[in-house]
Design a protein around this ligand. Structure first.
Ligand SMILES: [Zn+2]
Length: 314
């Protein structure tokens, strides 16, 4: 009896070993379980981290000092997109100069256009400045309307909700986690939004000049008054006659600031600033690519502080 018991135990141990080996083959490797997100811009990588938590890894193709209209489709980016489970971009033509090339060279079937893995944020908000008729004379970018949608913080929530839908299809096992993270984010963002709007009340009708129309959504949200754009047409450098006319308008309107992103050329802003004494103001366009300091809340906090300073001390 005792002997049989011993034999039974040995047999059980062998069986366990075999089943562990078999299961090891059958189960996916847990190390690669996170959803790999290829974001075109740091703001979407930041949102993906808020909603995905430790169930995702998010990489941004561009950093905060880089012009998202124009980057090179480098081999390292092709390698990144090749491993992606979700591609998450602004869309509306912002990345037209480089994303299609990356997709063509590296995208797997599950992130091709029309699949849940291909997520263009602009399709889920109301796009501004959509031209009725498009031709080449209108400039070289934005025939689908203004793609700089993240700078209206009210746009972030519908995009976050759509992101949860996409993530839940890609990784259904963690759907409850994504939904819980969204609930938390939704509540906090709603409260912060209210606070920002109260603080920014005095910015209403603040006259500003912009370099490129990167700020249209921010302007719409805060009710700033856009006097003009240094670029007469998007993506095309300003002409001398356009600048002269803008100079007169900017002075007459008592413009408080000339806004540009860290990646816009400084020369047109500085030219206007020297002649009008209106301060040239560089505002952050997006969050830092670095995961620790890159949060959307910090971006809007920073923009509002800088705008209010410019409005008080012209
Ligand atoms: Zn643009």
């Amino acid at each position: 009896m005792a002997r049989m018991h011993f034999k039974g135990q040995a047999m059980f141990r062998n069986l366990s070993l075999i089943s562990v080996l078999l299961l090891g083959w059958a189960l996916p490797a847990p190390a690669s379980a996170e959803v790999r997100i290829f974001a075109c811009e740091p703001e979407w990588a930041a949102l993906a981290r808020e909603i995905g938590g430790d169930k995702v890894t998010a990489y941004s193709a561009t950093h905060e000092k880089q012009d998202p209209h124009h980057i090179r489709a480098r081999p390292s980016l092709i390698a990144k997109i090749r491993r992606a489970d979700l591609v998450f971009c602004s869309g509306a033509g912002l990345e037209i100069g480089w994303l299609p090339l990356l997709m063509q060279r590296g995208a797997r079937a599950k992130i091709r256009p029309g699949t849940p893995g291909y997520f263009m944020a602009a399709q889920h908000v109301t796009v501004r400045e959509k031209p009725a008729v498009v031709d080449r004379s209108m400039g070289d970018v934005h025939p689908d309307g203004n793609p700089h949608i993240h700078l209206d913080p009210r746009n972030i929530l519908p995009i976050a909700r759509e992101l949860v839908k996409r993530l839940s299809v890609i990784d259904p096992d963690n759907s409850a986690v994504f939904t819980a993270n969204l609930k938390k984010f939704d509540k906090e963002w709603g409260m912060t939004l209210k606070q920002w709007e109260e603080e920014a009340h005095d910015l209403k009708n603040m006259p500003i000049v912009v370099h490129h129309r990167s700020w249209s959504y921010l302007i719409g949200w805060l009710g700033l008054r856009e006097i003009g754009s240094l670029e007469a047409k998007p993506g095309i450098p300003p002409t001398a006659s356009h600048l002269q006319a803008l100079l007169k308008k900017a002075i007459a309107a008592k413009t408080r600031a000339i806004l540009r992103t860290p990646y816009d050329q400084a020369a047109p802003s500085n030219w206007l600033s020297e002649r009008t004494k209106i301060p040239a103001l560089v505002l952050p366009y997006t969050v830092p690519r670095d995961a620790k300091s890159g949060t959307l809340k910090i971006l809007f906090d920073d923009i509002l502080v800088k705008l209010r300073q410019a409005n008080v001390h012209p």
